[in-house]
Design a protein around this ligand. Structure first.
Ligand code: NAP
Length: 292
């Protein structure tokens, strides 16, 4: 019987800790962290994420500044808003919900956020710090999803040092920073991707397998070693019938569950951790501002 890594529970633990941190900030400095949430247009999935992030931020005591812009907003208008938020003393974290409309260059927009207010941890300076700092430091702004995966792994009563970790996927927001985080935990890390030859046999050697591919139920039991730990990052909506759909991960849960020692479910695994880590980054940004 494998251990199910309950992301909701672990995320709640982190949020409880942040709530106490924020109460302490309030009593010491008479202010609370502020998070600006910027959404452009009305992509349905983005609205769901923004709603969940806003709710979670308010629950821990973060002030949320909601900026929902028309789908016709152009890049200059969006960057003007980000500049205002960069200069606002009330805002510690800026989150720009992706994807942006096709007419806007995401990279230019994300890079216009001040690194110290980069709630998602995507800015090149934060990515650079992540790769050169020796530890997974408390003061770093770290990409939320991979950091959430690491915190899930740390819930298990195992040593990460020396483990053979395989990350499937090399995106800037998940795969690459995930590999960096595991490397700093002294895992031996292999990153595989769509051009990797014989991917299955590499995955089969993994003590820890992180799947961040974006392909529904792609990884089955033939890909995993007996007793491996699986973190499933994927969020894929698949149709059940004409009217109904459901969320599944990148791993065929029912197939691998009996073979592995621990696995994160979808939904209820990495998703809640991503949100909790966004709140962590915002709180860290506030602490860094007040203390430095
Ligand atoms: P992405 O940017 O599309 O990257 C997918 C990666 O998977 C790429 O590196 C790609 O390789 C690789 N890949 C695609 N097909 C493959 C194949 N057949 N074999 C091996 N590798 C393959 O996606 P992402 O943003 O990293 O997201 C990955 C998944 O995580 C998605 O389902 C997304 O919705 C989910 N996600 C979840 C959360 C959360 O909070 N739970 C957060 C972010 C993302 P190439 O580089 O060679 O193309």
């Amino acid at each position: 019987m494998s251990h199910i890594l309950d992301g909701k529970k672990v995320a709640q633990k982190l949020k409880d800790r942040l709530k106490i941190d924020i109460e302490n900030i309030k009593s010491k400095f008479d202010c609370v962290p502020g998070l600006a949430v910027v959404q452009v247009g009305n992509v349905a999935a983005s609205s769901v994420y923004v709603k969940a992030k806003t709710k979670a931020a308010k629950e821990v005591g973060i002030n949320v500044y909601d900026h929902h812009l028309e789908a016709t907003t152009n890049q200059d208008e969006l960057i003007n808003l980000i500049n205002q938020l960069n200069n606002s003393e009330d805002v510690d974290g800026i989150l720009v919900q992706l994807p942006l409309p096709k007419t806007i260059n995401e990279e230019v927009v994300l890079n216009s956020i001040l690194p110290e207010k980069d709630a998602d941890g995507f800015h090149p300076l934060n990515i650079g710090k992540l790769s050169i700092s020796p530890n997974n430091d408390e003061n770093l702004m770290i990409p939320c999803t991979p950091y959430g995966c690491l915190l899930l792994l740390k819930e298990l009563d195992i040593k990460l040092v020396g483990k053979n970790a395989v990350v499937i996927g090399r995106s800037n927001i998940v795969g690459k920073p995930m590999a960096q985080l595991l490397l700093k935990e002294s895992c031996t890390v292999t990153t595989v991707h769509s051009k990797t030859v014989d991917i299955k046999s590499i995955c089969k050697k993994a003590d820890i397998l992180i799947a961040a591919i974006g392909k529904p139920e792609f990884v089955n039991k033939d890909w995993v070693k007996e007793g491996a730990i699986i973190i499933d990052v994927g969020i894929n909506r698949v149709k059940i019938n004409e009217d109904k759909s459901k969320l599944v991960g990148d791993v065929l849960f029912s197939d691998v569950e009996q073979k592995v020692s621990a696995i994160s479910p979808v939904p209820g695994g990495v998703g809640p951790m991503t949100i909790a880590c966004l709140l962590r980054n915002t709180t860290i940004s506030c602490k860094n501002r007040l203390i430095n």
